[in-house]
Design a protein around this ligand. Sequence first.
Ligand SMILES: NC(=O)c1ccc[n+]([C@@H]2O[C@H](COP(=O)([O-])OP(=O)(O)OC[C@H]3O[C@@H](n4cnc5c(N)ncnc54)[C@H](O)[C@@H]3O)[C@@H](O)[C@H]2O)c1
Length: 304
Amino acid sequence: MREFRDRVAVVTGAGSGMGRAFAQRFAEEGMRVVAADVQADALDRAVAELTADGHQVVGVRTDVSDPAAVRDLADRAVEAFGKVHVICNNAGVEGYLDGAIWEATDRDWTWTVGVNFWSVVYGVRTFLPLILSHGEGGHVVNTASMTAVTRPSNMYGITKHAVLALTETLYADLRTRGVPVGVTALCPGTIATNLFLGSRNRPSELRNETETPGAVAGRSKRELMHARLAEGMSPAEVAEHLVAAIRADRLYALTDADWDDRIRERAGNILDRANPVLDRANPVLDRVPPVARTNPPTVNGKAS
Ligand SMILES: NC(=O)c1ccc[n+]([C@@H]2O[C@H](COP(=O)([O-])OP(=O)(O)OC[C@H]3O[C@@H](n4cnc5c(N)ncnc54)[C@H](O)[C@@H]3O)[C@@H](O)[C@H]2O)c1
């Protein structure tokens, strides 16, 4: 999709972080924007700020892990602007970080997989027919992660691998049918957002009744990771990458080259039939490379 003006974008997770930046960037391109988020105060603030800047923005409080709420979001988008051209399935949470994967409860899985993966299933199956219905083309953006293209090491990584697999499958299904709708798997690296404060929106019915032994450790991991993200790329910079990726019809949109060694390491291990070598001394930070930010963003391995 090369033309953005007057087109309609729906962005989930638009109350904070990258979603907020995408909503703004799309609006600055002249798009009409439907901003969705489960956190009402953050959503209201984002909509008020964008509206004050003269943009056409509508806010819809939406829990993306609920298929009926995603359906309602689509209905509200059509009601407001008549059509949808771009859907950004972007809302996500850090999810379960509180112990080994076998120690996670049903509630941990339901929350993490619901917000990070099922939301994308609901977003694709609800919005793609709307994009196809007007024949003007459009684009589906699913926010995956660098953890989707490197060795997963927690529940979050599992969900992001699943998002990438879904996005690649969608891409193939559209292309083999000659359908002119673009697809992007956005793979951000380390971005300065509130991702590791995601538990703020965990519904009470999906919180564990008793504190699991790992919950205290999980809290300190979240604090550590929140501080690490603060050193990362700005959401506005990611929004620039995203707009460029949509214009170029790029499936894999990696925000930087800081994770390339890890991408190669995993692919190399698989091809070599070799087991991964793990940093047992530092299992949390092992997941995130130091923020170099000197690396140029790359397009298919080449500097852009
Ligand atoms: N920050 C990073 O370093 C990073 C890296 C790779 C991928 N990502 C992904 O980027 C996306 C955006 O996250 P962010 O980093 O901007 O974090 P963020 O916490 O700043 O924003 C996420 C937004 O999603 C909303 N949200 C949470 N649960 C929801 C639900 N059930 N329904 C609707 N909205 C919900 C939150 O209220 C918040 O506004 C996520 O999918 C995340 O996994 C982030």
